[in-house]
Design a protein around this ligand. Structure first.
Ligand SMILES: C[S@@+](CC[C@H](N)C(=O)[O-])C[C@H]1O[C@@H](n2cnc3c(N)ncnc32)[C@H](O)[C@@H]1O
Length: 354
């Protein structure tokens, strides 16, 4: 993405764009409401022939007024077209209804971020996740993940897994290249990656590090698996520097983990990985770097996700630029970094050696 080019809009285009930002929260809720109340689905069902306003009202079982304001907003935000009194769905309207990435992002923004973001300004000024109070009285979202409501949990995990799931299958060949006997997964979350590994390899032993709530979820998910005896669990708050990592692991794996921490915290975690790792061992990091994206929209999603970390998650972390991130890896003592981009939806892999 050439950021020097983004100021090439003419005055009218720039002013239009500014209005789209000014009304963005209303645009967002209009799109979500059109989807949730089934109006997009009603219009889609009529396909190319389109549907009249009266028919939409009849099928939606809502007031004429309610449908009218939503439909008019739908025209404004280009989810719906109008031609000779017939409404049809646009391709963007179809994506709001059906696209996996859009659904994961939209539900995450609504259920996790929306109310808290009202207070973003305060988060930047104080360095605290001041929006988190909308979800619960925790210092970071990670303390409260397992206590979120079912709806919030579903949206948080769908968002988190959407971005990591697509990457997992693509990285086996890199992670297992040197046939590691033991892999430590820090921030193992629900145990998804550990489960994949014990079923990919007949021999690998997995260690899982996470906070108590998530570790319990992982244990529940893993205990039913036929290879569950090949997993060890370590309940640990990695932010407590007196907590040392278990030794005897050939690979330390961290996926979408280090973006949950500030620069100093990342160095502290990586130094402890360095200390715990076998001499020929590897730290393998799966991360999303906004500067390494092929598509402008992927960088956009990551730049916006950073503000979720600022306002909701912990107040001090982000989706990093790869240059800053690699500087931290080197500061922790890893001199050799192999970099592989284009993994899954938007991930890069860093294979770090001592
Ligand atoms: C964004 S999730 C990533 C999950 C998973 N690795 C993936 O790729 O989908 C971050 C994980 O780090 C864990 N975590 C956050 N802060 C932590 C801390 N201070 N100590 C240990 N684990 C922590 C969270 O509980 C969560 O499971």
């Amino acid at each position: 993405m050439d950021y020097f080019k983004i100021d090439e809009k003419n005055a009218l285009e720039a002013k239009i764009y500014a209005q789209q930002i000014a009304f963005a929260p209303i645009v967002f809720q209009a799109a979500r409401t059109l989807r949730n109340l089934g109006i997009l689905a009603i219009i889609k069902a009529e396909g190319r022939s389109g549907i009249s306003f009266e028919k939409i009202v009849e099928k939606a079982n809502l007031s004429t007024y309610g449908v009218r304001v939503l439909i008019e907003a739908g025209l404004g935000i280009q989810l719906i077209t109008l031609n000779e009194d017939k409404y049809k769905l646009t391709l963007a309207g179809f994506y709001i209804m059906n696209d996996d990435m859009t659904t994961a992002n939209l539900d995450f923004v609504h259920d996790i971020c929306y109310k808290g973001m009202f207070d973003l300004e305060n988060s930047i000024v104080t360095g605290k996740p001041t929006g988190l109070k909308e979800l619960g009285a925790w210092k970071t979202i990670y303390e409260g993940l397992s206590s979120l409501t079912e709806q919030q949990k579903e949206s948080w995990f769908k968002f988190d897994h959407y971005y990591s799931d697509y990457s997992f299958d693509a990285v086996f060949k890199h992670v297992f290249k040197n046939n590691p006997k033991r892999i430590l997964d820090i921030g193992g979350n629900t145990g998804k990656w550990a489960l994949k590994c014990i079923n990919y390899s007949d021999t690998v032993h997995m260690g899982l590090v996470d906070l108590p709530g998530q570790l319990k979820m992982a244990q529940e998910n893993i205990k039913k698996d036929k290879n569950a005896e090949r997993v060890s669990f370590y309940e640990m708050n990695i932010l407590d520097e007196s907590n040392k990592l278990p030794k005897e692991y050939d690979v330390i794996w961290m996926s979408q983990f280090l973006d949950c921490f500030s620069e100093d915290e990342i160095v502290s975690i990586l130094k402890r990985c360095h200390e715990a790792l076998n001499e020929n061992g590897e730290v393998i990091i799966l991360e999303h770097f906004w500067d390494r994206q092929k598509f402008e929209v992927s960088a956009f999603c990551l730049q916006m996700t950073s503000l979720y970390f600022t306002n909701i998650a912990n107040g001090n972390s982000q989706m990093y630029h790869s240059d800053l991130f690699k500087k931290l890896v080197k500061q922790a003592g890893f001199n050799s970094i192999e970099e592989i981009d284009g993994i899954g939806v938007s991930s890069s892999l860093l294979i770090c050696k001592k």
